[in-house]
Design a binder for this molecule. Structure first.
Ligand code: ZN
Ligand code: ZN
Length: 137
């Protein structure tokens, strides 16, 4: 697999990623839950240079993360879909929200983070790494 495409719910924002993901991680933190409205998020990390906006400009929202870094969320100003995010500590890498990918059947999460915040009804994936909080660098 090389590359994939995606967009928001209303179609105003479209993007493509030209390279393979550098990491695929499930996050159970409170911030991800609030930001997406879902029980957890699956974040597909890609090189910032590989992420190309084809149409539309996302709106940004910044907030401090539990880790002390500043997180930036990027979302569609019309429909509210959250598409991308990045950390002030994650130079050169952005994550794409799995739900915005046109065909996400290739996705195989490699780790889960912030499992300490996981909702009781959500089951951990077997055979991948789990971390109470963030993954050690
Ligand atoms: Zn939209
Ligand atoms: Zn999170």
């Amino acid at each position: 697999m090389t590359g994939f495409s995606g967009g928001c719910l209303c179609g105003r924002i479209r993007y493509k990623v030209t390279g393979d993901p550098v990491r695929m991680a499930i996050c159970h933190c409170d911030d991800c839950r609030k930001a997406t409205g879902a029980a957890f998020t699956t974040n597909i990390f890609v090189k910032t240079d590989d992420l190309i906006l084809l149409q539309g400009v996302p709106k940004q929202y910044q907030h401090p993360a539990e880790s002390g870094s500043t997180m930036t969320k990027e979302f569609c100003p019309d429909c509210g879909s959250q598409l991308f995010g990045y950390s002030s500590r994650g130079a050169g890498v952005k994550h794409v929200k799995v739900g915005t990918i046109d065909d996400a059947s290739f996705v195989k999460p490699q780790l889960e983070v912030y499992t300490v915040r996981k909702l009781p009804y959500v089951r951990l994936q077997e055979g991948i790494d789990h971390y109470d909080k963030n993954r050690p660098n």
